[in-house]
Design a protein around this ligand. Structure first.
Ligand code: ATP
Ligand code: MG
Length: 345
């Protein structure tokens, strides 16, 4: 009820690049929405990656890990991963460390925002712990390296079950398993076999299998033919970016990394160093990730309040960021969402 104040401890990782800017915007909006709906956030804020290493000598400080173990909920901005050498991806390490095996990414148009494809409503369910992301690479002899793709029946069955359970609860009709089992007969073959087996327990959901390259073409030609897509880690990474392009870009698409014991909510996009520190980035993707977090915390009134205000700002189209053809900065956009929420009183 509204009378009882509810407090949620949330581990907050602002990240780097555009991370701090979009995180500030989102925290401001969450606090205001919380205030209006009787929700208080007890933020446990931590650096991660290069910034944490410089300050504390650890890429993922143990206090951060302990915080997630305790709060079981994280809101996370992007953390830069060095290309080529350097340390392992913080994003990937956190997903593995807390067994956040399901990466859930809803792809849906924002009302009022004109895009090439109106009315898209897709869900990507990405396996989040294995595949080529295990990071097992070695040099066999100079000039020859191997990168190992690990697919297990356990993780494949687990992600397929998660996808089908989600589809059942949300009354979605179709699931496609996306693969390249014609080439990777054993690894993707196993992934498919597991998905097919799981599908038998969900007769109300139509099950199909599409090859990844064809899927990319099909998505661009006619995204409406798909509903929910389940796939291994790397395909999920690539197809997520492709699908974000269908609805207006990376500035919009939220994500959730979900395990049995914890969940971390983060945008699909990375740290976007090209636009960092310029008050240009669109905080919508992280804001919609925060909305997913609120639903996970069963704070639907707070989530609805934010989503309604966000949609109002897009419909009015007066204060949008550059990636969606506006001229407003990150802060001004957040102010517009705050004003729309105030107006809703
Ligand atoms: P990662 O490897 O972490 O996924 P990436 O190399 O895929 O990162 P991103 O950081 O996601 O790259 O950025 C890709 C492009 O999208 C960049 O040009 C960036 O400016 C743009 N972009 C990403 N996020 C946003 C945002 N929130 N607002 C506006 N533009 C964005
Ligand atoms: Mg990317």
């Amino acid at each position: 009820s509204e009378a009882v104040a509810r407090i949620h401890a949330v581990t907050l990782i602002p990240g780097d690049g555009i991370g701090p800017e979009v995180t500030d915007a989102v925290v401001r909006i969450l606090e205001a929405a919380g205030k209006a709906t009787g929700v208080t956030f007890a933020w446990e804020r931590f650096a991660a990656g290069a910034e944490a290493f410089a300050k504390q000598g650890e890429y993922i400080p143990h206090e951060l890990s302990e915080s997630i173990e305790r709060t079981r909920v994280g809101l996370k901005g992007p953390v830069t991963t060095p290309i080529g050498g350097g340390f392992a991806s913080i994003n990937v390490t956190l997903r593995k460390q807390f067994e956040l095996y399901a990466n859930f990414r809803p792809i849906k148009n924002l009302p009022g925002l004109e895009t090439k494809y109106p009315g898209v409503d897709l869900v990507i369910v990405r396996e989040n712990t294995e595949g080529l992301y295990v990071g097992l690479e070695h040099e066999v002899v100079p000039g020859v390296v191997e990168s190992i793709k690990v697919i297990t029946a356990k993780a494949s069955t687990r992600i397929a079950k998660w996808a089908f359970e989600y589809a059942r609860k949300q009354k979605r009709r179709k699931i496609h398993a996306i693969h390249k089992a014609n080439i990777m007969k054993l690894s993707d073959g196993l992934f498919l076999k597991c998905a097919r087996e799981v599908s038998k327990s969900y007769p109300e959901i139509t099950y199909g299998e599409h090859i990844i390259d064809n899927t990319c073409m099909q998505l661009v030609m006619n995204p409406y033919q798909y509903d929910t897509l389940v796939m291994e880690n790397l395909y999920g990474d690539i197809v997520s970016d492709l699908c974000s392009g269908l609805i207006g870009g990376l500035g919009l698409v939220p994500g959730a990394n979900i395990g049995d014991h914890a969940a971390i909510f983060e945008a699909v996009h990375g740290s976007a160093p090209d636009i960092a520190g310029k008050d240009i980035a669109n905080p919508t993707a992280l804001l919609q990730s925060a909305v997913l977090m609120l639903r996970h915390l069963e704070e639907d009134a707070t989530a609805d309040r934010i989503q309604t205000a966000l949609e109002k700002v897009y419909v009015e189209a007066k204060t949008l960021t550059r990636d969606v053809h506006g001229t407003a900065g990150t802060k001004a956009f957040a102010d517009a969402v705050l004003a729309a929420m105030e107006g809703a009183k």
